[in-house]
Design a protein around this ligand. Structure first.
Ligand SMILES: NC(=O)c1ccc[n+]([C@@H]2O[C@H](COP(=O)([O-])OP(=O)(O)OC[C@H]3O[C@@H](n4cnc5c(N)ncnc54)[C@H](O)[C@@H]3O)[C@@H](O)[C@H]2O)c1
Ligand SMILES: [Zn+2]
Length: 553
């Protein structure tokens, strides 16, 4: 039985105040491991760090966390770094419900800048003492995002008072404990994180064999009547029928609509046929639309869900890697017109995303590699540790080894969620980070009429072009260019586009919709995990790199 609550989170997320409030309302004991360490060591944490070293501090912290978690009925707030220590994290998870407190980097910055947050005995946090504190907070958060994504429950504190945040912690604790007691139910560990948007919050589940838990997850969302499954002809047999069966076995009514696979299906014509089919089945506002397939099915079913009866509840069950780490997250849904891709669409957030990583076993190797390109992109723009994981575990990933693949997909999902929830409707520019490699990537797709290259393959070449451009502008170190190339090659992704016409690519780039004010915004790497956006890339340099990328030699 887990009768403790651990509160973890970045500085400025309110661990102390919220922890005390939670303890007060439960009548439990409040424990702050940092304060206990200071008391026992007889000196402030900053002194332990400077005189005895970080390793010594981590030792003390492990002891303190172990002791705190051994008790019962405690609300334990732990230092921001404790969660990154494997031993500490395992100890906490064994005996406690772990709740993560979150806040946007801007909120953290504001709260820390207001001062009064540094109590005596706390390490002097150099967070604000750097040139770009907000960027520093962002990158530190990104590094820790992976662990924050493994907690049992997350509370976003940005717009909450202490009392409201404490109530949310209690709600999460009750829900997580309930799940913990009934092991047949979806486990908190299946949830990577909860995405918060202005219109809704939704959980993202990633796990191996999750399809069995779909009925329980739907029931948990109040979607227990009728489900309309949308899928394509490559996915229906291996997977969609299976989902239909588990739903029916659990007492739900489930109908399946199968569309031809391929991008041409993503059209208003298909929407029209689906509307008719839904009308024949007398679909109602509380019935659920389930997209079981790659990004094409997700966009198509999502578009219908956004528009039929002015909106039906929508659940994404991505089956391709590209859909798991990218297309199913962020709430963008659309269909194509003859004049362009994704021209008619909406923002329609799913009620949940459920990714069964085992589905990837039936995916074609080229499709798989194409999906890895997007996941590697996430590592390159925001997560050096994920990049290392890719490099160390390449063979395991290529063999779709269960634990490694699940771990990497979870981490990649967490990154995309982090970015899109910070910039839900593409207004702050944050989301444009995800365009790394896409300027040239989109151009390659357009110049080859979406025939020769899969999206991720084109992005792979595009990332190499961006890296070369960055290098020649003195922004991207040679070492980074080489490490990126090595990894892409090991994942069987192309790094050049021999035979394409550089002039055609140039033209396609200038037509790209990201073009604003006549200048393309290039996302470039300063290092692995660190980007910069530049509008001043000289056209001659672009031309030079495109020529190299397209050369046959
Ligand atoms: N909404 C967004 O934010 C967003 C983001 C990126 C891409 N997209 C869209 O996503 C689409 C591309 O997604 P995609 O790469 O998944 O392509 P896709 O949906 O066309 O799937 C690729 C191929 O794999 C097959 N497939 C999927 N899962 C399978 C499985 N488990 N086993 C065997 N075959 C399987 C499909 O039938 C298809 O033939 C495009 O339409 C693109 O516009 C949307
Ligand atoms: Zn992409």
């Amino acid at each position: 039985m887990k009768d403790n609550i651990v509160l973890t989170g970045f500085s400025g997320t309110g661990k102390t105040a919220i922890g005390k409030e939670v303890a007060r309302s439960l009548g439990w004991t409040y424990v702050d491991t940092d304060s206990d360490i200071v008391e026992k060591a007889g000196k402030p944490i900053a002194d332990i760090f400077s005189q005895d070293g970080e390793a010594r501090f981590r030792d003390l912290e492990r002891q303190e966390v172990r002791q705190a978690c051994a008790g019962d009925r405690r609300v334990i707030s732990v230092g921001g770094g404790a969660i990154m220590d494997d031993e500490c994290f395992t100890t906490m998870k064994k005996r406690c419900i772990v709740v993560g407190l979150e806040a946007l980097p801007e909120t953290i910055y504001r709260r820390l800048a207001k001062g009064g947050k540094h109590r005596p005995g706390r390490p002097v946090r150099p967070l604000l003492a750097v040139e770009e504190p907000l960027e520093r907070i962002r990158s530190l958060k990104a590094e820790r995002q992976y662990r924050y994504s493994q907690v049992d429950w997350t509370v976003h504190t940005d717009d909450l008072s202490i009392g409201q945040a404490a109530a949310e912690v209690l709600r999460g604790w009750r829900a997580a404990r309930e799940v913990d007691l009934q092991t047949s139910r979806p486990q908190p560990k299946d949830i990577v994180c909860v995405a918060h948007t202005s219109s809704a919050s939704y959980p993202l589940y990633v796990g191996w064999g999750l399809r069995e838990k779909v009925p329980e997850i739907l029931k948990g969302l109040g979607l227990e009547q009728t489900a309309y499954i949308f899928t394509d002809d490559h996915v229906v047999r291996p997977h969609a029928r299976q989902i239909q069966k588990v739903l029916q076995a659990a007492g739900l009514v489930a109908h399946t609509f199968v569309m031809p696979s391929g991008e041409a299906t993503k059209s208003l014509d298909t929407a029209q046929s689906i509307y008719r089919w839904l009308a024949e089945h007398r679909a109602e506002r509380n019935h659920a639309v389930l997209a079981v397939g790659g990004g094409m099915v997700g966009d198509m079913a999502g578009f219908v869900a956004a528009t039929y009866l002015r909106g039906l509840p929508f659940v994404q069950i991505p089956t391709s890697l590209a859909a798991m780490v990218d297309a199913s997250i962020g709430g963008k849904v659309a269909v194509n017109l003859a004049s362009g891709k994704n021209l008619v669409g909406a923002f329609h957030q799913p009620r949940a995303v459920i990714a069964d990583v085992e589905f990837l076993s039936s995916l074609q190797p080229r499709e798989l590699a194409s999906g890895w390109a997007e996941a590697i992109k996430h590592a390159l723009i925001l997560d050096p540790a994920l990049f290392d994981l890719f490099a160390r575990k390449t063979d395991g990933l290529l063999a779709l080894e269960r634990d490694t693949t699940t771990q990497v997909v979870r981490r990649s999902v967490a990154i995309k969620v982090g970015v899109v929830t910070e910039d839900e409707r593409e207004t702050t520019g944050r989301r444009s980070l995800l365009n790394y490699g896409h300027t040239v990537g989109h151009a390659i797709e357009a110049a080859t009429e979406y025939g020769a290259y899969l999206h991720g393959e084109a992005v792979s070449v595009g990332m190499m072009a961006a890296a070369e451009i960055g290098h020649r502008m003195g922004i991207t170190p040679k070492r980074v260019v080489e490490r990126q190339r090595d990894l892409l090659v090991r994942f069987q992704l192309p790094v050049t586009a021999p035979g394409l016409n550089p002039g055609a690519l140039e033209q396609a780039i200038s037509l790209d919709k990201k073009t604003t004010g006549g200048a393309v915004r290039w996302v470039l790497l300063e290092d692995i995990g660190q980007t910069v956006q530049r509008r001043d890339v000289p056209p001659t340099l672009v031309r030079e790199v495109l020529e190299e990328i397209c050369s046959n030699g």
